[in-house]
Design a binder for this molecule. Structure first.
Ligand SMILES: NC(=O)c1ccc[n+]([C@@H]2O[C@H](COP(=O)([O-])OP(=O)(O)OC[C@H]3O[C@@H](n4cnc5c(N)ncnc54)[C@H](OP(=O)(O)O)[C@@H]3O)[C@@H](O)[C@H]2O)c1
Length: 309
């Protein structure tokens, strides 16, 4: 099939595009051409690259028609964050595409009503990002009931070699791993029981490829794509210290005190992760897509931090 990947050279595309080429698809990679993929793969030589700026074309009202003109059998949209942005492509692709896959997020659930939760759980997103992604999911699944071939995948925290993973304290400062490696004290919020649910970028890539393989069953559906189980901040810190032959030297502070030890940006990130404390079931993706993540949450991070599981 001819497959257009919108946002082809980022965390997901780096792994997804080569996987699609390996499956024999004719892949068109769409981006502004600013970033290179995080890792080189020989498959990129077989990819046609279309350089465009989505934001500029959306403002001009021509993004959807530009994507439709690529005449793809499937479009994988990794970079839409509003209903308007998604709708512009959907309107142009109606009756012109066999499958449209959107990258959502586990954040569509907001604060979980129960844990674990599956795709049928009621959505109560908070924060602009989660609220907008939930609105896109709703829009696409409604469109699917009217015949538009939409599939939505909701990844956890995407982790892989080449960028900083969410650390055991729930933010992105890589020095937390240095402290665990050297036996220095690492402080966690409250009792460290908030959960994180990373997913390796290659597992996300495989899930998108599987959703294409299983199009008849995946169209009209959304799927959680994450490691099998979440991990608590405390257990994550303990396991990460073991990578360096250490026992974690942990301290705990109530949130209001903990936040004063962080930058504003770090505190916002940690708060966001604590409040969501994901525990998403991936049973549906396993059942319908035969998705089986290769990495646990902590293994995914280990691959990002140390280059091996
Ligand atoms: N990060 C996470 O932990 C996480 C978790 C759950 C879900 N998600 C979802 O994952 C998706 C993002 O995927 P990602 O992490 O692979 O993205 P990413 O690493 O940020 O990469 C973005 C890609 O889009 C291209 N791009 C950016 N702006 C563009 C524009 N205006 N026009 C055309 N191309 C543009 C970039 O290349 P150029 O810069 O060269 O254009 C790059 O190829 C989002 O839908 C997000 O909600 C992320």
């Amino acid at each position: 099939m001819r497959i257009a990947v919108l946002g082809a050279t980022g965390h997901i595309g780096t792994w997804l595009v080569p996987r699609l080429v390996q499956r024999g698809h004719d892949v068109i990679g769409v981006s502004r051409g600013i970033r290179a993929p995080y890792r080189n793969s020989p498959e990129w030589a077989d990819v046609r690259h279309v350089v465009l700026d989505r934001d500029a074309l959306e403002r001009a009202g021509s993004f959807g028609t530009t994507i439709a003109a690529l005449a793809s059998d499937a479009v994988i949209d990794l970079i839409s964050f509003t209903v308007d942005s998604t709708a512009q492509v959907v309107d142009a692709l109606r009756d012109r595409v066999g499958q449209f896959l959107h990258c959502g997020t586990l954040w569509v659930h907001g604060v979980p009503f129960s844990r674990p939760y599956d795709e049928t759980a009621p959505r109560k997103p908070f924060g602009e990002y989660g609220v907008r992604k939930a609105a896109i999911e709703k829009f696409l699944l409604e469109e699917a009931t009217r015949g538009f071939p939409a599939t939505v995948l909701h990844p956890g925290h995407i982790t892989g070699p080449g960028w900083d993973p969410i650390n055991p304290a729930g933010h992105l400062d890589p020095r937390v791993f240095d402290r665990l490696a050297s036996g220095d004290v690492v402080t966690l919020p409250n009792d460290g029981s908030a959960t994180l649910q990373h997913v390796h970028s290659d597992d996300v890539a495989e899930a998108f490829a599987l959703a294409v393989d299983h199009a008849p069953d995946s169209i009209g559906e959304s799927f959680h794509i994450a490691a099998c189980e979440p991990v608590s901040m405390r257990s994550y810190a303990e396991q990460a210290a073991q990578w360096f032959g250490r026992n974690a030297n942990l301290a705990f502070l109530p949130w209001e005190e903990f936040r004063t030890t962080l930058t504003q940006r770090e505190a916002a990130l940690t708060y966001d992760h604590m409040a969501h404390s994901p525990h998403a079931s991936i049973d549906k993706a396993r059942r319908v897509l035969s998705f089986e993540p290769r990495f646990t949450a902590v293994e995914a991070v280990k691959d990002a931090v140390t280059g091996s599981r």
